[in-house]
Design a protein around this ligand. Structure first.
Ligand SMILES: *Cc1c(COP(=O)(O)O)cnc(C)c1O
Length: 356
């Protein structure tokens, strides 16, 4: 039976990425070697790294004055690397969920952290609005898509201080005005590549302003200067990332992805709103296009496990909600076909017929 992969991360990747990456494990670009056993300094691999950086820039229209670097350590290491490189005295953070909370915890190791607003009062079910960002902050940090709670900031805001964004779970899902950001980072395993590589888009002129000593590996400048080759990069995940970038380009680029993502999300949210059994968990205006969270209405709560099993019997994988929200979460990343969303909707409708 066809599986419909709704996992939140690691998560669905284009078949194009998986097939080409599998092929490169056996024979990398006709070299007779596996991509796992070739030097990262070989001209063949250097070409992969160069092309990945170039396509990353092309697809997101990244202006001059920025570098794209591929690192290890996950988005979680960026929670520390950002303040290590940017925080002199004070930073401002928006608390929209568990990942933001973790980022705040790390920043506090480096200086004063001002949480300008938080949606923790309502279990992170909305994006706070109408807060002010102190102008003496070294930077302002946001999490654009809250993977666990299913809220998303889908506009590029104006910030009076350098804006830093964790875009782990919505990078490449919509066009982004990169010029409004100082740093955009994320783990690749939600919308780009297998786990093991982390990307950071870094504006050169925000660096070099802190007084502390920064260990070489934790310094953005090191990786910018060496074009992500200071040490051995995660070669296989970078190769896979390049395949996804090619797939994005061949499929109409980011505007086309956004159009598809809006269509998929609208279909599913409409069903959640219509179906008697289910309801959404977050403020409608803040609904994420990438992680769609829903629960069963009070009178049907006892059926959650039944629905889980019923959905599994129909090939739905990974729709169990995160433990801090409960219920269900369907992640609808770029690579998830509309067909999978339609199959989930049909499953919800069938279940409704038998229970409501
Ligand atoms: C998954 C996720 C992270 C954590 O990423 P790791 O690569 O596992 O460290 C951080 N932020 C967001 C928004 C995420 O979705």
């Amino acid at each position: 039976m066809k599986k419909h992969n709704f996992y939140a991360g690691p998560s669905i990747l284009p078949e194009f990425t998986i097939k080409n990456t599998a092929q490169s494990v056996i024979d990398f670009n006709g070299t007779g070697l596996s991509v796992m056993e070739i030097s990262h300094r070989s001209k063949e691999f250097v070409a992969v790294m160069d092309e990945a950086q170039a396509l990353f820039k092309e697809l997101l229209n990244i202006p001059d004055g920025y570098s794209v670097v591929f690192l290890g350590g996950g988005a979680s290491l960026q929670f520390a690397m950002v303040p290590f490189n940017l925080l002199n005295k004070k930073a401002a953070y928006l608390n929209t969920g568990e990942w933001a909370t973790k980022a705040i915890k790390e920043a506090r190791l480096f200086g004063e952290v001002n949480v300008v607003a938080s949606s923790e009062d309502k279990n992170f079910s909305y994006i706070p609005k109408n807060y002010s960002i102190p102008k003496d902050s070294d930077y302002f940090h946001i999490t654009t898509n809250n993977t666990i709670y299913g809220t998303e900031i889908r506009t590029d805001m104006d910030s009076p201080v350098p804006l830093v964004a964790d875009m782990s779970s919505d990078i490449f899902s919509r066009p982004v005005d990169v010029s409004k950001y100082a740093i955009i980072y994320g783990g690749a395993q939600k919308n780009l590549a297998p786990a093991g590589v982390t990307f950071a888009i870094v504006k050169h002129d925000v660096l070099g302003k802190v007084e502390r000593a920064i260990p070489t590996m934790l310094k953005y400048q090191t990786h910018i200067d060496k074009e992500s080759m200071f040490n051995t990069p995660p070669c296989l995940p970078v190769y896979a990332a390049l395949q996804t970038l090619k797939w994005l380009k061949d499929n109409g680029g980011i505007p086309a992805m956004e159009k598809r993502n809006i269509e998929k999300a609208n279909l599913l949210y409409n069903e959640i709103d219509r179906n008697k059994l289910f309801k959404g968990t977050v403020a409608k205006e803040d609904r994420s296009l990438m992680n769609i969270c829903f629960v069963m209405n009070e009178e049907y709560k006892h059926l959650e496990e039944d629905f889980q099993k019923f959905a599994a019997s129909k090939g739905m994988i990974g729709i169990k909600g995160h433990r801090s929200v409960g219920g269900f979460r369907a992640s609808t990343y770029n690579a998830l076909p509309k067909e999978s969303v339609l199959a989930l909707i049909e499953t919800m409708q069938e279940f409704e017929k038998t229970k409501a």
